[in-house]
Design a protein around this ligand. Sequence first.
Ligand code: BV8
Length: 233
Amino acid sequence: MKIVALTGAGISAESGLATFRSSGGLWNQYRIEDVASIDAWNRDPKLVLEFYNMRRRELAHAKPNAAHLALTRLAEFATMKIITQNVDDLHEKAGSKDIIHLHGELTKVRSSLNDNLIYPVGYQDICLGDLAPDGSQLRPHIVWFGEAVPLIPDAIEEVLKADMIIIIGTSMQVYPAAGLIQYAGPGTEIIYIDPEAGNKKVLGKQVRYLNGKAGDLLPPLVEELRIEFDKIR
Ligand code: BV8
């Protein structure tokens, strides 16, 4: 049984990390255009570096929550792939292995001349003047608005193969990530976990909407799936 978990900022909400668009989210305090776009980087790299330094410092103390841990249990009996829009490392901290970070990773930086020169930075600040070995300014290893999403083909391949897709904590408003679900085959079961699941609509797909927090709903769902798997094994 191949399962894909498609996660967004909501799965990290109970770990204390702000989501983007829920009330009080990051985008209520900052305009995307000012801190998370390639234009912002070209216009004011210092502000952008500070925005990510602030998020990296916050991440240093964040712990995975029951939802992240439930996905590691799911991987004990199903072939699991996590496709996350999140740039935090909470799936890794929970022990998950097979993860595609569509939008990059906060704990990595890279040359601003060569996307392939990527360096681990942990939770340290990066400032103007911190240079990559190629002499260019180090930048966050993040996919900004207006930048291509290089891992989309890998993610599409996983979605095409999935028997089940569990969408967890994403408003499905950012493309091309939000378009991934359209690649789900006709026989693929789709489950959508979100406190606002009641007013989500995945066009053209049969979806089981579970209204509530990931930390509350994912653990029992994983146990339900384990019982089903044990029956058919
Ligand atoms: C590209 C890194 C082309 C930064 C991010 C007009 C229409 C359509 C598209 C566009 C348009 N104009 C421009 C575009 C394209 C644009 C886009 O989609 N814009 C949106 C805003 C309309 N996309 C891009 O620019 C992408 N690139 O298109 O490139 C191209 C091609 C070739 C060459 C050059 C260019 C790049 C997009 C990537 C941007 N980077 N992240 C950072 O993180 O700082 S996206 C950012 O949003 C985060 O990664 C975040 O994950 C992502 C999506 O947000 P969500 O994760 O869904 O979070 P959100 O707050 O929205 O929702 C949280 C959900 O959780 C809610 O539903 C809430 O109810 C729920 N929740 C809350 N608590 C809980 C919970 N659920 C469960 N449990 C809880 N406890």
